[in-house]
Structure formats: C-alpha cells, structure tokens
Write a protein that binds this ligand. Structure first.
Ligand code: UDP
Length: 413
C-alpha cells in the first residue's frame, strides 16, 4: 500500500507533519545513503523499508544499500553481535580476517552516493575506510546494546567507529564512551504499514482460522526470530505454568533473517520443547508476512516478548500500538517502552511472565487500560514521524557543527 506524508496527519496530528516539512526544507538537496546488512528480517530492515520512502517524499534523495556477505561472514558477525551484547563467545583472529576480507570485497563495489552516509550496526561498520577517499558525513547508527561488550570485539570495532563523524544509539544506556559525537535516536514503527495499520476483524479471524487457533480461548503470542536471546524456551515454560490456570494457546511465530544463521538450530530446540502440544503453534513465517503478523497480534489476548537481551524490541512497539497488553523481559529498549504496571509488565523470569499473564487473563479491565496506555505511549514517542524528525535534526546538527568548526579555524579578517 502506498502511503503519503499527508496520510500521517490523521494518525499523529497535522502539526507533527508540518514540523517535518519545515525541517526538511532546511536540509533540502542533501542526499542520504543508508547501508546495512539485510534487506529483510529484523528490526533495521523493517525501519528502513518504511523510512526511506518518507525521506524521499520530504525531498531528500535517499538510497539504501545492502552489503554482501557469505555464510562464514554472517556467522562471524552473529558471534560479534552476541559478544557485543555481552555473551561469552569464542573470538579468534581468523574471525577478524573474515570480517576484513568481506569488508574489502564490499568496498570494491561501494560507491558513496550520499552526503550523509548512515551505516547501521557492526556488520558494515568498516566501510568507513571509504571516507578517506570520498569524504561526506558518516554516521554510525548502532541499534544494539554495546554497553558491556566482550572487549575483544569492541576493541576491534572501536577504531573503525571513531573514524565516523557521529554516532546514534537507541538509548543512552546502550552506548560507549567515544571520541565522536553521539546522538540518541530511539527506533520507531510505521503506523500505516501493513504490519501496523488497522485491520477489519474479519481479516484477523481469517488468519487465526488459517493457523488453527481457537478464538474462544486465550491466545498468548511471541513474534520473534528464533534466537536464544528472545528466550523462546522460557516462553514455553511460562505457557505451561499459565496453562495450569487457564486453558490457553501459545503462538511462537518467527522467520529467519538472512544475517542470522543460528535460527534453524534454535527452531529445532523450540520444536523439541513444544513436544507436539497441539496448543503450541510454531509458525515459520516467510518474509513479508506483515499482514499476517498484524492479524496474529491483534487476535492475541496477551503479547509476550521475553527477551534476555534486546536492542530495542520493535515487536513490543508493534503490539503496544495495537492496544495489546504486553509482558516483556526487563532488558534493553523494552524498558523504555514498558513502564511497569502502566503500559505493560516487565519481568525477569518465566515464572514472572506466567504470574503477570495469569493476572491479566483474570482481569479484562486491566488488559484494556494497560493496552490503551501502551498505545498512547507509542503514539507520543515511537512512531516513524519522530524518527524521521530525529534524523533531520541530526543532519542539521552535524552541519552546524561543521560551520562552528570552520568558524573557529578560519583566520580572522
Ligand atoms: N518480524 C517479522 N517476521 C518474523 C519475525 C519478526 O517480520 O518472522 C519483524 C517484527 O515484526 C519486528 C522485527 O521483525 O518488526 C523484529 O524487530 P525486533 O527489534 O523486535 O528484533 P530483532 O529481530 O531486530 O532482534
């Protein structure tokens, strides 16, 4: 569905869109180039898919490049990802070599088309080597929590990152001390995308029926890549505790991301843990299942995101926006989104998740009020329009900084 900037007026209010137009006017004729490591799957691709057309509509020429890598490279970057999140990974010199080699291959194909090059996450971070030859403003946009990384990986990446002109983190707690400026830019969801737009009840019912769900009984859902950090096994454990009190069903829906080679193995573990329970629905969704995910979330009584580590957790934002009560692991960006007891519940264990789910299942009014608060919180803070505004402000700030520096360094007349 093609949406235009004007369509957002109804959702976020006309003043928000007018402000974007004003800001965009200040940076017109700048070109933005986004670079990341996957076109589909995962939060970054999700955000870019929706934000790139909006930048274009605001009059900024915007492109999006995806680096290429083989299985070995993505295994290395997945280990880096886990290590940056603080997990214990075995990191070898060979892994750094694989990373450098793939970067060099990508550098051969890379051309700078943006005045502002926004490089997302660690996978393409070393492309910064290109800046020496071609100039431009380079921003490293980090979507993950690098506050307590395994030093080997952080020490390897840091010299690349400090060559950037600026960095952007999703929240202050995720960042590291760096010699370059840092901006705080929480991610966002698009209220008009197929993943998030309003759906008729009949569409929701159709999807629930397709997957054999019984609408008469409570449905608990976690939408996530099959990744240990999303704790799918903890969710199954919690479901079994809840099941003692309520005859509920569980949906674990997820697909793969092309930059996550671990998914297959985790899916296998999930299948084993589910032990053919007919009320556990493990749905392997193909890419672009946005309407189905939208319907599954809308058809759920409670949405769970029991991550052990999390970047921001867009699935939480998506569920809050739909007014669903959400139970989330008290980690990463989930803590920005779930104000405990107000916009959802934060938990630290499967038992905690089960207790909160039981409380919610027994109290429809609580589900409704928590759901309404959650939607308002997203409206105020985590919609695409706010994210686009932050980027425009970041561009302005970097240009002003350049001017200030040139004023400071130019000789007085
Ligand atoms: N997602 C999807 N299909 C799936 C699983 C997830 O489209 O099978 C989407 C999900 O709706 C969300 C994003 O991928 O928009 C996941 O972002 P999140 O920040 O929750 O986690 P990440 O995968 O980036 O760790």
């Amino acid at each position: 569905m093609n949406t235009t900037l004007n369509d957002y007026r109804e959702v976020v209010g006309p003043q928000v869109v007018d402000e974007l137009l004003l800001l965009a006017d200040r940076v017109r004729h700048r070109r933005i180039q986004h670079v990341n490591s996957t076109a589909v799957g995962g939060g970054v691709a999700e955000i870019l898919t929706r934000m790139v057309p909006l930048f274009r509509e605001l009059g900024l020429e915007t492109t999006w490049d995806v680096i290429k890598g083989n299985q070995a490279f993505f295994e290395v970057t997945k280990s880096f990802h886990n290590a940056l999140h603080g997990s214990k990974e075995t990191i070898t010199e060979k892994m750094f070599e694989v990373y450098r080699e793939t970067t060099n291959t990508n550098l051969c194909d890379f051309s700078r088309t943006g005045d502002f090059v926004v490089v997302h996450d660690p996978q393409p971070a070393a492309l910064i080597s290109h800046k020496k030859e071609t100039g431009g403003h380079w921003i490293w946009r980090c979507h993950i929590d690098v506050s307590s990384p395994q030093p080997a990986v952080w020490n390897f990446l840091k010299p690349y990152i400090e060559q950037y002109d600026g960095s952007a983190f999703s929240m202050p707690e995720f960042s590291q001390r760096l010699s370059i400026p840092q901006f705080m830019v929480p991610p966002s969801i698009d209220p008009l995308s197929d993943k998030n737009r309003e759906l008729p009840n009949a569409d929701v019912t159709k999807v629930l029926e397709k997957y054999g769900l019984d609408q008469e009984r409570p449905i608990l859902t976690q939408i996530s890549r099959f990744d240990r950090l999303k704790d799918p096994l903890g969710v199954i454990y919690a479901y079994r505790l809840i099941k003692r009190r309520y005859d509920c069903q569980l949906i674990l829906a997820g697909g793969g991301a092309s930059d996550d080679p671990e998914g297959e193995q985790v899916l296998q573990e999930v299948r084993e843990a589910a032990q053919n329970d007919p009320d556990i629905h493990i749905l392997l969704l193909p890419p672009f299942s946005d309407l189905e995910i939208n319907a599954l979330v809308r058809g759920s009584t409670i949405v769970i995101q029991k991550s052990i580590k999390e970047g921001f957790g867009l699935t939480v934002t998506e569920a809050l926006w739909k007014g669903r009560p959400v139970i989330g692991g008290a980690v990463g960006g989930i803590k920005l989104q779930i104000l405990n007891g107000v916009t959802g519940f934060l938990v630290h264990s499967p038992e905690g998740a089960a207790n909160r789910a039981i409380e919610l299942l027994g109290d429809e009014q609580l589900r409704d009020s928590i759901g309404a608060n959650g939607r308002q919180h997203v409206k105020d803070n985590f919609l695409t329009t706010r994210n686009v505004r932050d980027y425009l402000l970041m561009i302005l700030a970097m240009e002003h900084r350049d001017k200030d520096i040139s004023l400071l360094t130019s000789p007085r007349r």
